[in-house]
Design a protein around this ligand. Structure first.
Ligand code: ITT
Length: 220
C-alpha cells in the first residue's frame, strides 16, 4: 500500500507465551461530523487511530449530492482525501423502510428537514413513526456504505445492511438516530437496547467495518 512517511506502522503485540505477531496500525481521518459514528468506528476499528478533520485543523464539509449510499460515501471520502492527502474513511448510512419504498434512505439525516432547519434525532424518528401509523408491513433495514482511500486511485468501498422491523414506539436508551425504533431481527431488541458491542456485531456499520479491518490487514 502506498503510504506517506509516518502514516502507518507495524506494532509488535506480545502476549506471554505467545509467538510475536505484528499488527498494522494506521491513522485514519474520518469524513464525518457525526460523533456517534466516530465513537462506534473507534470500537469497530480498534486497532487503528481514528481522527476527525478538526483534529488536523481542517474545516470539512461536503454536499451529499449522490443518489446512492455508495456515491455519497465516495464523495465524502474523496472530498476529504483531496484536503488532507492521507488515509481517510467515510460512512454514508441510513434507514430504509419497505412500506415507504426504501425511504428515508440516503435522506435519513435530512428526513423532515426544510433544508434550513435540521430536526433532532427524536423529532425524525417520531416523524417516521407517524408516517408509518397503521402500516402493518414494518420491514426495515439500515445500510452503511464505507469508503477507504489510502492514496490517489486507491479507493475501497464496502456496503452492508442491518435487517429488522420498525417498532410501534421508541424503546431503549443507547445508540443514536433511529436506534430506539429499530428492532434487530436477530435479538428482537431495539438497536438502542443493545450494548455498543452487541450493536457492532450485527449492525450495518459493524459488518462493513469488519470487512474494512480485513482489507486493511490485507493491504499492509
Ligand atoms: P456525516 O455525513 O457527517 O457522516 P450524518 O449523520 O449526516 O453524518 P449520513 O448522511 O450518513 O450521516 O446520515 C446518516 C443518518 O442515518 C444518521 O444521521 C442517522 O439518522 C441514521 N443512521 C445511520 N446509521 C445509524 C445507526 O447505526 N443507528 C441509528 N441511526 C442511524
Amino acid at each position: 500500500m502506498a503510504l506517506q512517511p509516518g502514516q502507518g506502522n507495524l506494532q509488535p503485540l506480545l502476549a506471554p507465551g505467545q509467538q510475536m505477531h505484528y499488527l498494522f496500525h494506521m491513522e485514519i481521518v474520518l469524513a464525518t461530523g457525526n460523533m456517534h459514528k466516530k465513537q462506534e468506528l473507534e470500537q469497530i476499528l480498534s486497532g487503528h487511530t481514528i481522527l476527525i478533520p478538526s483534529d488536523l485543523g481542517v474545516d470539512f464539509d461536503c454536499d451529499e449530492t449522490g443518489t446512492t449510499f455508495i456515491e455519497n460515501s465516495i464523495l465524502k471520502a474523496q472530498t476529504l482525501y483531496d484536503l488532507v492527502k492521507r488515509p481517510v474513511l467515510a460512512d454514508d448510512s441510513g434507514i430504509c423502510v419497505e412500506a415507504l419504498k426504501g425511504e428515508p434512505g440516503i435522506y435519513s439525516a435530512r428526513y423532515g428537514s426544510d433544508g434550513v432547519n435540521k430536526m433532532s434525532d427524536v423529532e425524525r424518528y417520531e416523524l417516521l413513526l407517524k408516517n408509518m401509523k397503521g402500516e402493518t408491513n414494518r420491514t426495515a433495514w439500515f445500510v452503511c456504505a464505507m469508503t477507504l482511500i489510502t492514496a490517489p486511485y486507491k479507493v475501497y468501498t464496502v456496503q452492508e445492511t442491518f435487517d429488522g422491523t420498525l417498532a410501534e414506539a421508541p424503546y431503549g436508551g443507547g445508540g443514536f438516530g433511529y436506534d430506539p425504533i429499530f428492532i434487530d431481527a436477530l435479538s428482537g431488541k431495539t438497536a438502542a437496547e443493545l450494548t455498543e458491542e452487541e450493536k457492532n456485531r450485527v449492525s450495518h456499520r459493524g459488518k462493513a467495518g469488519k470487512v474494512m479491518n480485513s482489507l486493511l490487514e490485507a493491504l499492509s
